[in-house]
Design a protein around this ligand. Structure first.
Ligand SMILES: O=P(O)(O)OC[C@H]1O[C@H](OP(=O)(O)OP(=O)(O)O)[C@H](O)[C@@H]1O
Ligand SMILES: Nc1nc2[nH]cnc2c(=O)[nH]1
Length: 177
């Protein structure tokens, strides 16, 4: 029995996740053909998704990582978004695709879009595995979207509960919460 089975129920199973990742990868491959694409992966939550998606994109892409934190390990946003790790190169003139795990209130992405736009990229688009529209506090346009979910605090496939459970292989919900 896996360590998480007693506390985590399945919301989106692994095979459905992987199939959707392959579809998104194919779409991104078509849309960015002939362009130099840079993934801006948002730490820490998007890492599992970003690694699988990168392998599903048939283009010579560049990977950058940008750390932001606002939940501080809890289940409610603090409302204060902080950059914890910045990208390693200038972003000016590049075709950027932000890779995120979830758009919930939208506060993190609103901050990030403004921050990256100010660095004058050639283009800036957003790919998010999940969207939770019921809790949106600001409108975020998602160019590539995996799944729309109801109002659950989800875990797994990169998403944490108190910094744990990121290595659960599916998108899950906490049982009894
Ligand atoms: O739309 P919002 O309400 O702003 O929530 C979305 C953000 O919350 C999570 O990050 P978190 O601050 O928990 O950091 P982490 O990715 O390191 O877990 C998640 O990875 C998103 O970046
Ligand atoms: N783990 C986790 N982090 C989040 N950050 C914003 N929404 C969520 C969520 O549902 N789960």
């Amino acid at each position: 029995m896996a360590f998480y089975e007693q506390e985590v129920g399945v919301l989106i199973p692994e095979d459905k996740l992987q199939a959707r990742v392959r579809e998104l990868g194919a779409q991104i491959t078509r849309d960015y053909a002939g362009k130099e694409l840079t993934f801006v992966c948002v730490l820490k939550g998007s890492t599992f998704f970003a690694m699988d998606l990168a392998r599903a994109v048939d283009l010579p892409l560049t990977m950058e990582f940008l750390g932001v934190s606002s939940y501080q390990g809890g289940t409610e946003t603090t409302g204060e978004v902080r950059i914890t790790t910045d990208v390693s190169k200038p972003m000016a003139g590049k075709h950027l695709l932000i890779i995120e795990d979830i758009i919930d209130t939208g506060l993190t992405m609103s901050f990030l879009l403004e921050n990256l736009r100010a660095r004058h990229p050639a283009s800036l688009k957003l790919c998010s595995l999940l969207e939770k529209p019921s809790r949106a506090r600001t409108k975020i346009d998602i160019d590539y979207k995996g799944f729309v979910i109801d109002d659950h605090f989800v875990v797994g496939y990169g998403l944490d509960y108190g910094e744990k459970l990121r290595n659960v292989p599916f998108i899950g919900v906490m049982k009894g919460k």
